[in-house]
Design a protein around this ligand. Structure first.
Ligand SMILES: Cc1cc2nc3c(=O)[nH]c(=O)nc-3n(C[C@H](O)[C@H](O)[C@H](O)COP(=O)(O)O)c2cc1C
Length: 231
C-alpha cells in the first residue's frame, strides 16, 4: 500500500437520482466561426486503426480545417434529444454516462498576435473565442500543459468538465465525469490517428488553466486533454 493519503481517493458509487435535478447548462455566447460541412471520411478500417494508433510527438499546429475534421470525428453532436428545456440527451462519437456529455472543449490557437482560446460549439460545429485569455498567468499555465505533453508546438485541446450536468442525474457523480474524460481521450486519440495526425494525451489535469479561464467558483474543472499536431 503506497504511503500516501492521495493513493486512493474514495469517489463513492454513483446512483441515478429518482428525479433529475434542474440544471441550466453554460451557454456559449459570441460570434461563431463555423467549420465547413462535408468533411471527408478517412479511408482506414477500424481494425487498422486499432493496431496503428500510437501516442506520437513532434509536429506543427493544426490548420483550422484539420481542427474541424478532428472535432467532427471526436466530439461533434450527432443528435440532441431535448426532453424538456433543461434536459438534453446528446449522441456523440464518445460514450458518456447518462448521455450528459459534461466535457466542454477549449481549443488553443497560436497566432502572430499571441494565443487565442476558443470553445467548441458541438451542436453548430464551430468555435467561439473566449475573451481575455492573453494574460501572463494563462500563458504560463498553457506552457505548463504543453510541457506535460513534452512538446513545443501543436494544437492543445483542453477538457473542461461542467460537473453540474452529470450531477443533475447522479449522486456521487464525480467518478463518472472522470471516466467520461478517459473515453473522450481515447476518442481523440483514435480520431487523430484516423486523420494521420499526431496525438499526445495530457497527464496534467489543466485545472489551474481552466480556473484562470473560467473563474474559480467550482462550476468547471480541468480533466485533462490532448495535444494534436500535423506530422
Ligand atoms: C491519462 C493519460 C495521461 C497521459 N499523459 C501523458 C503525458 O502527460 N505526456 C505524454 O507524453 N504521454 C502521456 N500519455 C500517453 C501514454 O504515455 C501512452 O499512451 C503510453 O505510453 C502508451 O503508448 P501508446 O499511446 O502509443 O499506445 C498519457 C496517457 C493517458 C491515458
Amino acid at each position: 500500500m503506497p504511503n500516501s493519503a492521495k493513493a486512493y481517493i474514495e469517489l463513492g458509487e454513483p446512483v441515478p437520482r429518482v428525479e433529475q435535478q434542474p440544471y441550466a447548462a453554460w451557454v456559449i455566447e459570441g460570434p461563431l466561426q463555423r467549420f465547413p460541412e462535408g468533411e471527408s471520411s478517412p479511408d482506414v478500417s477500424f481494425a487498422e486503426l486499432c493496431f496503428a494508433r500510437r501516442t506520437s510527438y513532434g509536429g506543427i499546429p493544426l490548420t483550422m480545417a484539420e481542427v474541424g475534421a478532428l472535432l467532427n470525428l471526436a466530439a461533434r453532436t450527432i443528435t440532441a434529444v431535448h426532453a424538456s428545456d433543461r434536459e438534453v440527451a446528446k449522441l456523440k462519437p464518445a460514450i458518456s454516462a447518462g448521455a450528459k456529455h459534461p466535457i466542454l472543449l477549449v481549443v488553443f490557437e497560436q497566432t502572430v498576435d499571441g494565443m487565442l482560446a476558443h470553445v467548441y460549439d458541438d451542436e453548430r460545429h464551430g468555435l467561439v473565442a473566449l475573451p481575455q485569455v492573453k494574460t501572463d498567468a494563462v500563458a504560463a499555465l498553457y506552457r505548463r500543459a504543453m510541457d506535460s505533453c513534452r512538446s513545443e508546438q501543436g494544437t492543445l485541446f483542453l477538457f473542461v468538465a461542467e460537473w453540474g450536468k452529470t450531477a443533475s442525474r447522479y449522486t456521487q457523480h464525480e467518478s463518472l465525469v472522470w471516466r467520461d474524460a478517459g473515453a473522450l481521450l481515447q476518442q481523440f486519440s483514435l480520431a487523430a490517428s484516423a486523420l494521420r495526425l499526431n496525438c499526445v494525451p495530457m497527464g496534467y489535469t489543466g485545472d489551474a488553466l481552466v480556473r484562470a479561464l473560467f473563474g474559480d467558483d467550482g462550476r468547471f474543472c480541468g480533466v485533462g486533454g490532448c495535444l494534436v499536431s500535423t506530422p
